[in-house]
Design a protein around this ligand. Structure first.
Ligand SMILES: *Cc1c(COP(=O)(O)O)cnc(C)c1O
Length: 433
């Protein structure tokens, strides 16, 4: 399979180069040249297939031309050693729980898959060490650090803003050691992101190091997210709930929803999608006006969605060939303020007993508001509520909600991080050391 850049000014490339580079040389995002459509028969068989069988079939459609079946199968099976159950919240609304992985957020899927695929390419080609640079406001750093932990030939640098990630999140990537270095930047998330970009542009660094990104721009991180849309459909089909399906995705950089749109292009019978936003709603503005006007992000309680210029918007435009009407036919949008989010966590818990996290709460709200009479709604529960303990406890007015053991274990580790100012010179000399 060849990959092209959304900016159309870079040469076509193979899977390996697309994964190792992350971003195309013209700064566009890589897209697979073809999207394979499954035959109807595949969807009839889905309810009788396991999660791993389904995921392998989808992985094969994306990557089967480029990786031997046994290797691809082991990458898929190792990545997905946890379940993603569909849970009923009320009669017409279901939650796809994507938080049963090691760091309790959906990013585990893409990060673990990418780590294994990159590790395989490094080993096969005898590449020199690859350095993964990643800026995080919380969840990405933990998923990437844990996904890449101990992978031969890869060193990960996680840049995070000092004092601006939650203590639980910080533990998840600063206590690991081994091939993971956490760099605590005296600045904001935007500073961290700017530093990562500057590193990719720096000739001396890029000549000395093979640098890559593990943000959702990387095809090996974002495409595997299509797996669980198929699996969710199969679970709903088993209980006769898969018709007129509306899938609602709490969105930040729009990688997750784009993977769902790919699944639809592959034939998955999803009627339509909803993108749920917090106050950072440039995509909703685009749906309303046809104009895409990025702006600086503002902080909210659903912080993983605090994105002012979603990188995967370029992929959505490309997927729909810039056809605004076609985009609006498949995707609608809603946005919620912090007070709406807190109230939704409270009222959902009270009326159904289901505890939402602040991101899933946006998805739940959008389905409550946007679901039609005969439709079934599925929202992606993108993180475990205990990752946002303070917010959730405030919303339901309960102290000391249960924290999963996995999360507690991180909190017992010793923090190891390197402090660094927000000047690029300081970061560069740190990396060169
Ligand atoms: C990253 C993240 C999101 C946003 O996903 P995108 O793919 O960036 O749209 C939503 N919720 C949680 C908990 C996340 O970590």
């Amino acid at each position: 399979m060849k990959y092209y850049s959304t900016n159309k000014k870079a040469p076509l490339t193979g899977l390996q180069e697309a994964v190792v580079r992350g971003l195309a040389p013209d700064k566009g995002l890589y897209m697979p040249e073809r999207i394979k459509c499954f035959p109807d028969d595949f969807f009839r068989r889905l309810p009788n297939m396991t999660f791993l069988e389904i995921s392998y079939a989808v992985a094969d459609a994306f990557f089967g031309e480029d990786i031997e079946p046994e290797i691809l199968k082991s990458i898929v099976y190792e990545t997905l050693d946890f379940d993603m159950p569909v849970v009923s919240v009320n009669r017409s609304i279901f939650s796809l729980e994507l938080f049963h992985g090691p760091t309790l957020a959906f990013k585990d899927v893409g990060a673990r898959f990418m780590a294994r695929m990159l590790g395989y390419f490094i080993q096969k080609e005898g590449l020199k060490q690859v350095n993964v640079l990643v800026a995080t406001s919380g969840d990405t750093g933990s998923a990437v650090a844990n996904g890449f932990l101990g992978v031969e030939g890869i060193h990960v640098y996680v840049l995070y803003p000092k004092g601006k990630v939650s203590p639980i999140q910080e533990c998840q990537f600063t206590t690991l050691g081994r091939n993971i270095t956490a760099i605590e930047i005296d600045g904001t998330f935007d500073d961290c992101q700017a530093l990562v970009k500057a590193a990719f542009m720096d000739e001396e660094l890029t000549q000395q190091f093979q640098l890559t990104s593990a943000n959702s721009i990387n095809v090996a991180r974002f495409l595997p997210q299509a797996f669980y849309y198929f699996y969710a459909y199969s679970q709903l089909a088993v209980s006769g709930k898969a018709d007129h399906l509306v899938v609602c995705v709490p969105s930040g950089n729009f990688g997750n929803i784009t993977a769902g749109l790919f699944a639809k292009k592959m034939g998955l019978p999803v009627k339509r999608f909803i993108a749920a936003n917090n106050k950072n709603d440039v995509f909703l503005e685009y749906l309303r006006t046809g104009k895409y006007l990025p702006r600086p992000s503002v902080q909210t309680v659903a912080n993983a969605m605090d994105v002012g210029d979603p990188s995967n918007f370029a992929r959505i435009l490309d997927l729909y060939q810039n056809d605004y009407n076609a985009i609006c036919a498949d995707i609608s949008g809603f946005r919620y303020l912090d007070e709406d989010i807190l109230a939704a966590i409270g009222s959902c818990y009270e009326s159904t007993g289901y505890l939402l996290d602040p991101h899933g709460a946006c998805g739940y709200l959008a389905l409550k508001e946007g679901l039609g009479e005969n439709e079934t709604g599925l929202f992606l529960e993108t993180a475990h509520p205990a990752k946002f303990k303070e917010t959730v406890e405030k919303a339901i007015n309960v102290r000391n909600i249960a924290v999963p053991d996995k999360l507690k274990a991180f909190m017992q580790g010793r923090k190891q991080s390197v402090e660094c100012s927000k000047s690029f010179g300081a970061l560069k000399s740190l990396l060169l050391r």
